[in-house]
Design a protein around this ligand. Structure first.
Ligand SMILES: *[C@@H]1O[C@H](CO)[C@@H](O)[C@H](O)[C@H]1NC(C)=O
Ligand SMILES: *[C@@H]1O[C@H](CO)[C@@H](O)[C@H](O)[C@H]1NC(C)=O
Ligand SMILES: *[C@@H]1O[C@H](CO)[C@@H](O)[C@H](O)[C@H]1NC(C)=O
Ligand SMILES: CC(=O)N[C@H]1CO[C@H](CO)[C@@H](O)[C@@H]1O
Length: 577
């Protein structure tokens, strides 16, 4: 294990040397010339032989691209003009479509103690765009393996925002427009119900991993990480006019404790790869520690549903300390590297600590975390959660950090009996007036909205957890009065759970206006992150599905409606459905 200082220096030295890229380019040029000649020769061969050869070429080609990529990534490029080039014929890009997943094949230079472990790049399911050369370099004790030595911060997410290597300026005057990559590295039953279906004891990542056992859990989760979110998602996020992503991840990305059933380390490299993909499209990142040791809120998305055991609870003090000494100590050293300075804009301390944790203890922990993370060299803005207490209570707390500390508030109407029952017009007004007033009113100060959605009911399968009902129809936790606007037996979850292709144009207009109202309100703060980019089957929680269904502005920075305009007529859209 190298110390943080020495490996950083080593990497900077490599990055600074401009010798690496040009020889690779030259070799490629030469390669293309050879390829061109081979292609011409092939083209002149008869149809049948040609077809056979073409098949063979495609076959050989697959192997050789992997090999030569690995060769190019190993220290010297001398071998890349050797035998593998012969077969890298013609059609590389069109015939060798990058498959969903691509593995590293080189076993070279992998020390036996790393073989087969999560440090071994050949054990990874999908290494597309990642570096196959083994390295045991670490920073803050966290592995660098998979990362390239150089990076490019010159991209802009869109024409409205600065490239990564230019200053964003003030979020107060230029709000961020972002989306969460939820349910990817921290599982949530309602986002990927397919992982939880068919066994009523599976309610969170903890029970899922316990049931599957270490091997099957690692296999299942890596398959999910490598397919649920891919480079195409980051590309589409930028194309939607979004400029930030909030990436939730869990502590077991870097450490597990005691008898934790969680899969250690695999999500770490997907987190790093997600950051590289964000970089590639000029998207800035908010890191979001979604699950802290012990569970900071007892909710399913903290890993383990049930009890809070963080600050509060029998091991609360120990787990809060672990979050500082093990998790943030390592993460902040790692992400203080030069390579993350432009792409990581916000460093989130912990997602949604339970409202039952005493505020003084939470404030003290936050102050300690802030100091630790700053001392380790993080220059990004740090964010702490309003922890479901509302904004006013934070007035005067955690002050004195200028613009380097901000509060993250999550705004929903559907978990609260007082707001779930609002009718369409009132729900839009609520965003325009109540939320705008809250955000611009008394509170901590620097504010961002880290989560919101288009859902107007709590009908989505598993949304309230596995095995719980819905407030909307009065079946939540044993049942009570339906809380839909008519509050009677007309309430149903049918429309809320229907396929968006069946939504009426009035309902779509409502959904779009409801989103635009929220964007309007939240752009009075430092900006927003929709929850979430993608779901398996919950369209009112999926930015991607809303774009596809035509009930989200095509470009996040270009809206048709805002709160200064009258609410459009929704025709005969019923208040129950
Ligand atoms: C290249 O790939 C395309 C698409 O797969 C195919 O139609 C074409 O015949 C290929 N050309 C050669 C020279 O192999
Ligand atoms: C890493 O380098 C390889 C080889 O130059 C390149 O193909 C790949 O796209 C790079 N990955 C990233 C994330 O920049
Ligand atoms: C891949 O990783 C190795 C080991 O860290 C490094 O020496 C090499 O430069 C990297 N390759 C690229 C293309 O950055
Ligand atoms: C039981 C439980 O933890 N349920 C939570 C699961 O996550 C959803 C979505 O955030 C919450 O609404 C539930 O309360």
């Amino acid at each position: 294990m190298l110390s943080a200082g020495s490996s950083t220096e080593k990497l900077n030295a490599t990055a600074a040397s401009s010798e690496l890229p040009p020889p690779q380019k030259k070799n490629r040029k030469l390669l293309w010339i050879i390829l061109g000649i081979i292609a011409l020769v092939l083209a002149s061969v008869g149809i049948i032989i040609g077809a056979l050869v073409a098949k063979d070429v495609i076959h050989v080609n697959r192997k050789s691209t992997t090999q030569s990529a690995a060769a190019a990534q190993s220290e010297t490029t001398s071998s890349s003009s050797g035998s593998p080039t012969i077969s890298t014929a013609s059609n590389t890009t069109s015939s060798v479509k990058p498959t969903e997943t691509s593995k590293c094949t080189t076993e070279k230079n992998i020390p036996s103690k790393a073989k087969g472990t999560w440090m071994d790049p050949t054990s990874w399911l999908d290494m597309k765009d990642f570096n196959c050369t083994f390295t045991d370099a670490t920073v803050g004790g966290l592995p660098m393996v998979g990362l390239n030595s150089t990076w490019d911060d010159s991209k802009q997410a869109n024409s409205q925002v600065p490239a990564l290597d230019k200053s964003w300026g003030s979020y107060a005057s230029k709000p961020m427009r972002g989306v969460n990559i939820g349910g990817w590295l921290s599982l949530e039953p309602f986002i990927t119900p397919s992982l939880f279906d068919g066994d009523s004891t599976l309610v969170d990542e903890y029970t899922l991993c316990s049931k599957l056992g270490p091997e099957k859990a690692a296999e299942t989760l890596e398959k999910h990480y490598s397919t649920f979110i891919t480079e195409d998602d980051f590309k589409a996020i930028a194309a939607a006019g979004l400029d930030h992503v909030r990436i939730p991840f869990s502590y077991w990305a870097i450490k597990t404790y005691d008898n934790d059933p969680y899969v250690l380390g695999v999500s770490w490299r997907y987190l790093l790869r997600g950051i590289e993909w964000a970089r590639k499209y000029g998207i800035r990142v908010k890191l979001d520690l979604h699950a802290a040791p012990g569970s900071q809120n007892g909710w399913n998305h903290s890993g383990r549903s049930g009890k809070v055991n963080w600050i509060s609870g029998p091991d609360g003090a120990k787990n809060a300390k672990r979050t500082l000494d093990d998790i943030h100590a390592a993460l902040s050293k790692f992400f203080a590297q030069e390579r993350y300075k432009n792409v990581i804009a916000i460093y989130g301390l912990v997602n949604e600590p339970a409202p039952t944790i005493p505020i003084d203890a939470l404030t003290e922990w936050t102050e300690q975390a802030y100091d630790l993370v700053s001392k380790n060299g993080i220059k990004a803005i740090q964010a702490f959660s309003e922890s479901m207490r509302g904004l006013p209570i934070w007035a005067g707390k955690l002050q004195g950090h200028g613009t380097s500390l901000a509060i993250d508030v999550h705004e929903y109407t559907l978990f609260d009996p007082n707001t779930i029952s609002l009718n369409h017009a009132k729900r839009i007004e609520f965003a325009c007036s109540t939320w705008t007033n809250q955000i611009t009113g008394t509170g901590f100060g620097n504010t961002m909205v880290g989560e919101w959605s288009q859902a107007d009911t709590d009908c989505t399968k598993y949304l309230n957890g596995v095995n719980t009902g819905a407030r909307w129809i009065g079946t939540f936790n044993g049942g009570s009065t339906p809380m839909c606007p008519t509050q009677d037996n007309q309430c149903s979850c049918d429309q809320a759970n229907a396929d968006p292709s069946t939504f009426s144009s009035e309902y779509k207009l409502f959904l779009k206006t409801w989103a635009e109202a929220q964007m309007f309100a939240f752009e009075k703060s430092w900006g927003w992150f929709y929850w979430t980019w993608k779901t398996e089957s919950a369209p009112l929680w999926s930015y991607q599905a809303a774009l596809a269904g035509g009930f989200m502005p095509k470009l996040a920075y270009q809206k048709d409606w805002d709160c200064s305009k009258p609410i459009p007529s929704l025709g005969g859209l019923p208040e129950f459905y």
